[in-house]
Design a protein around this ligand. Structure first.
Ligand SMILES: *Cc1c(COP(=O)(O)O)cnc(C)c1O
Length: 384
């Protein structure tokens, strides 16, 4: 058994990030400034989007994306229950109603055929989540949005590297939201980004992210003279800081190397678990790039003779930290209480939610860490 606890989702932070953080502190400019602007430029280039607006989190990104495109009270937003609660919470923050539809059992992604059946005259937007980094069926989803005149806003928190039929995630929907939370493929500790092709929406996002002010604070304090500012709308405090961008600049520069390392770990896990009573992630569909954010297995709990939580706790006792992505959102207390959701509403999401287990899957893992995880999973699931 391994000696020290393997923390789930621990990020790989290297010398360049640390030096950049120190340089940022020494520069005296730790708020929103030149490094945020540079991070936005680099992110835009990486994704291939016309615009990129950095914010304080993906939750903020989702909230703003909906607000600036006019989603509000009386509207419905169709989304997936197989996600982090922030996706649905952001819909609630706008005053709109989250309308869940079930997921495909093999991918955990929203089922486009079910989206079609959930569209009503009140539907304003479709909000798919690229689960674990696997792109949703964007051809079908985009066609539905076009046909019904709906906004397409994507939660790409897992999917920075992903592409669908030759198009990078971040260039398909009207607005796409990314996360740089500590466990994500690119991290700024906390942070988010919104990409869009629409310059007007981007300008509105910037204004809403900083108190609704008419110009950026960092220009306000630049050396080309004092600029007066005024609140145009009651905006939010959702801006990213240069300390966060200092991390992001170097994380983004290393995105390919880290993705290659995760792909190697993925291949090793796939091989190691071939004969175990678990369902491994579905193969990557041709013509797509998987963002490979999570390596989730579905436990065949009857064959193993243990519940998911029993397996999870035994792994923790063997010093292997794991994650659950996710307990279906409609089963969370708030969603049951407020919207009357109940077990049975979305059977595929519930089935996954009861059996899923995410294994440590970060570029930081050493080969020995990976072998420790495999040994522990074998011991817990089949006793060898
Ligand atoms: C992490 C995550 C979020 C929230 O991101 P934050 O940057 O922590 O706000 C939203 N949706 C999904 C699917 C996530 O995994």
């Amino acid at each position: 058994m391994r000696k020290d606890f393997l923390v789930f989702g621990s990020p790989l932070i290297e010398k360049e990030e640390i030096d950049e953080i120190v340089a940022t502190l020494r520069s005296g400019w730790i708020g929103t400034g030149p490094r945020v602007a540079r991070f936005e430029e680099h992110f835009k280039k990486y994704i291939g989007s016309a615009e990129a607006v950095a914010v304080s989190s993906c939750t903020a990104a989702l909230h703003l994306a909906m607000l600036v495109s006019g989603v509000g009270p009386g509207d419905e937003v169709i989304t997936t229950p197989m996600t982090f609660c922030a996706t649905a919470n952001a819909v609630v923050h706008t005053g709109a109603r989250p309308v869940f539809v079930d997921v495909e059992p093999d991918t955990g992604n929203i089922d486009p055929a079910l989206i079609a059946t959930a569209i009503t005259p009140r539907t304003r937007a479709i909000l798919p989540v690229h689960f674990a980094g696997r792109p949703c069926r964007m051809d079908a989803i985009e066609a539905l949005a076009r046909q019904h005149g709906l906004l397409l806003i994507e939660d790409a928190a897992h999917a920075i590297e992903a592409a669908y039929h030759g198009r990078k995630i971040g260039t398909i929907g009207d607005l796409t939201c990314f996360s740089f939370y500590a466990t994500k493929n690119v991290t700024t500790a906390e942070g988010g980004m919104i990409t869009t092709a629409d310059a007007e929406l981007a300008a509105k996002l910037k204004m809403y992210a900083l108190h609704g002010l008419s110009m950026d604070a960092w220009r306000r304090f630049s050396d080309d003279g004092y600029k007066h500012y005024e609140a145009r709308v009651p905006g939010f405090k959702y801006n990213m800081t240069d300390l966060q961008a200092a991390l992001g600049l170097h994380q983004l520069a290393r995105i390919g190397r880290n993705a290659a390392r995760r792909q190697a770990i993925w291949a090793r896990y796939d091989q190691a678990f071939e004969t175990l009573p678990v369902v491994r992630p579905a193969p990557v569909e041709p013509g797509t790039v998987h963002g490979r954010h999570l390596y989730t297995i579905l436990l065949k709990t009857e064959a193993i003779g243990k519940s998911r939580d029993e397996v999870l706790n035994e792994l923790i006792r063997r010093n292997v930290g794991t994650g659950v992505h996710y307990t279906a959102v409609h089963l969370h207390h708030y969603y049951r209480q407020t919207f009357g959701f109940k077990p049975g509403d979305f059977p595929n999401a519930e089935w996954i939610g009861a059996r899923t287990l995410s294994l440590p899957f970060s570029a930081k893992l050493s080969d020995q860490d990976v072998e420790d995880v495999i040994a522990a999973v074998n011991q817990v699931c089949v006793g060898v």
